[in-house]
Design a binder for this molecule. Structure first.
Ligand code: SRM
Ligand code: SF4
Length: 569
């Protein structure tokens, strides 16, 4: 286990002295004078699934009134593979209205977030989550995060198998301290002393992410993860996984040493080797990840600094076996397919588009109410996709009509209500809750899409999807560097524009314009979209076109991300 050293970042010291993630959280909860927790504790609560935030819309007004910021918390659940039952949906919906701001937020990692939770509501909320058979353990923090897996509606048996894998990996890498049960669920102190056999007392140097994809679908964006497992299926059977290592999106403006990177495929493992390979890759990053500089503490930098050959030989040392040669696979896209799909076992699955993952009752669109009604009539599963959408899954043929009636009654988008462009778009949360946002994202993208929709229609591309991703800062929460077109916030109303990722999630994009507003965005993209309509080759995707046309250079490696940027190529 790594030893704590004086030069390690403050967060490492906080973890080390936290008594296995307890710190003074319990004391802070009892303090009624402030809505906040102690600074050091806010690092620890992430491991328990929640972040301290404040409502940024109210910040200056409250400051003016000499009030403390409107402190509140975001709670993120652990939900491997994104699968819940309709009863769990109803429970989460109820919790959101009782203890949070009345909305549910589907995330880009296939789970749920509650926003606007007041300090006094944290414990009742986590207890209600527990009663629903769910938890928030490791939703955030320097541990393995929610293990995502693609939703693959049509290949039912494989989906079930891969879902089991996501649960198995998540359970295996779960933190073990009794702090969660004691603090939130009032469990009596355990007779067993706390221990973290995989992580040790300082846990991981930074967050760690794992995804599984079943080709040809890459809707889990497998290459954006520290570990990506690509299911290899032969004669209908899962024979193992190709292993990709070192993916990640985060970057910081003005710091070229930070960059997004795609996972490198390092080999193939059989099902009985998989857990060992995953665990050993985690321990390699635990031991060699940078604990001094948090911006450099992701697996991608450990691998780039030491080399892929170093990684594979370190892995052999720890597992005692070599990975097999990677098997062939092909991805067709990283988006969702909407509407009804028949599974190979005869059950039906309905994918619904949920704009930017926000479940709420909007003035002209009663989405939360509709989902409650759906959950009451549905008897199968509800799955969250990594594109912030929902699959009403495992619908028996005789139950389809009842589901469809709710869809029709509320005009839910089963692939017809919105344009292909909007359905291929995704935005991170940003304002008003995200402390790191520099510009709007979730609240702005819909109106920008309205304008881009007009451009697409004029160009005769009304039915064509282009993967569009927006974030309010460069951290990469909506995986913007995998967008054929992406916008990352620089300042209110100003965005960097990136172009040229592949439609399949296996090529990064490139910075095209910096710090531009909506008029400039439209002035840049309008002629480009028209040119694409006129000059594209048969079946050519927008991201491939802008590279072929020389508008941006292809980004082959994370380390090349900052080379050849801008329009003056
Ligand atoms: Fe993220 C930090 C929201 C997926 C990279 N992310 C945050 C915080 C917690 C802001 C903060 O640190 O104060 C955001 C909370 C906003 C809010 O009010 O809800 C936040 N991230 C999100 C979500 C909710 C975006 C969404 O619209 O769905 C996603 C929750 C996923 C989940 O359920 O676990 C979310 N974040 C991602 C992804 C995408 C992914 O994992 O597939 C990434 C890029 C992949 C990666 O990790 O490299 C991502 N989030 C970050 C980073 C940059 C990490 C880095 O390596 O530099 C930060 C900032 C940080 O950690 O310092 C961050
Ligand atoms: Fe916040 Fe930036 Fe993540 Fe968006 S990308 S949720 S603005 S940290």
């Amino acid at each position: 286990m790594p030893e704590i050293k004086p030069e390690h970042s403050e967060v490492e010291h906080i973890k080390e002295r936290s008594n296995y993630l307890r710190g003074t959280i319990a004391e802070g909860l009892a303090d009624e004078i402030t809505g906040a927790l102690a600074d050091a504790d806010t690092q620890l609560t992430k491991f328990h699934g929640f972040y301290q935030q404040d409502d940024r819309d109210l910040r200056s007004e409250r400051k003016h009134q000499k009030l403390e910021p409107h402190y509140q918390f975001m709670v993120r659940l652990r939900l491997p593979g994104g699968v819940i039952t309709p009863d769990q949906w109803l429970a989460l919906d109820e919790i959101s209205r009782q203890y949070a701001n009345g909305t549910l937020r589907l995330t880009t990692r296939q789970t749920f977030q509650f926003h606007g939770v007041l300090k006094r509501n944290l414990k009742p909320l986590l207890q209600a989550v527990d009663r629903a058979g769910l938890d928030a353990k490791g939703g955030c923090g320097d541990v393995n995060r929610n293990v995502v897996a693609n939703t693959n509606p049509h290949r039912s048996a494989l989906h079930a198998e891969v879902h089991e894998w996501s649960k198995r990996i998540s359970e295996h890498l779960m933190w073990r301290s009794h702090a969660y049960d004691e603090m939130w669920l009032d469990a009596p102190p355990s007779d067993e002393p706390d221990a973290e056999p995989i992580y040790g007392k300082t846990y991981m140097p930074r967050k760690f992410k794992i995804a599984i994809a079943i080709p040809p679908e890459n809707d889990s964006d497998v290459f954006a993860n520290d570990i990506g497992l690509i299911a290899i299926v032969e004669d209908g059977e899962l024979v193992g996984f190709n292993v990709a290592a070192g993916g990640g999106m985060g970057a910081t403006y003005g710091e070229p040493a930070t960059y997004p990177r795609l996972g490198t495929v390092i080999g193939f493992c059989t099902p009985d080797q998989t857990l060992d390979v995953v665990e050993k890759l985690v321990t390699i990053q635990r031991d060699y990840g940078d604990r001094v500089e948090r911006k450099h503490a992701r697996f991608k930098y450990t691998i780039d600094d030491r080399g892929v050959d170093w990684l594979t030989s370190e892995l052999v040392k720890r597992t005692g076996f070599e990975l097999g040669e990677a098997r062939p696979y092909e991805f067709h896209g990283n988006g969702d397919r909407f509407g009804w799909v028949e599974g190979d076992d005869g059950d039906w699955h309905l994918t619904l588009f949920i704009e930017n993952g926000r479940i709420a009752d909007f003035e002209d669109y009663k989405l939360a109410e509709a989902m409650r009604e759906l959950a009451r009539v549905h008897e199968g599963e509800i799955r969250v996709t990594c594109n912030q959408n929902l699959v009403i899954a495992k619908v028996k043929p005789e139950a389809r009509d009842a589901i469809q009636q709710v869809v029709d009654k509320y005009d839910l988008d089963n692939g017809e209500r919105n344009t292909a462009l909007r359905r291929a778009s995704m935005a991170c949360v940003a304002f008003p809750t995200c402390a790191l946002a520099m510009a709007e994202s979730e609240r702005y993208l819909p109106s920008l899409i309205d304008k881009l929709d007009d451009v697409m229609r004029e160009a005769g591309l009304a039915d064509d999807p282009i993967v569009i991703r927006m974030t309010g800062c460069p951290n990469g929460c909506a995986r913007p560097y995998l967008g054929e077109i992406a916008f990352t916030g620089k300042a209110p109303g100003k965005y960097n524009v990136y172009l040229g990722a592949s439609f399949t999630g296996d090529r990064l994009n490139k910075l095209y314009r910096e710090n531009i507003d909506e008029d400039e965005i439209l002035a840049e993209l309008t002629p480009m979209i028209h040119r694409y309509a006129e000059e594209r080759e048969d079946g050519e995707r927008f991201g491939d076109f802008v590279v072929r046309a020389g508008i941006v250079k292809a980004t082959r490696e994370g380390r090349d991300f900052h080379d050849d940027v801008g329009p003056a190529l």
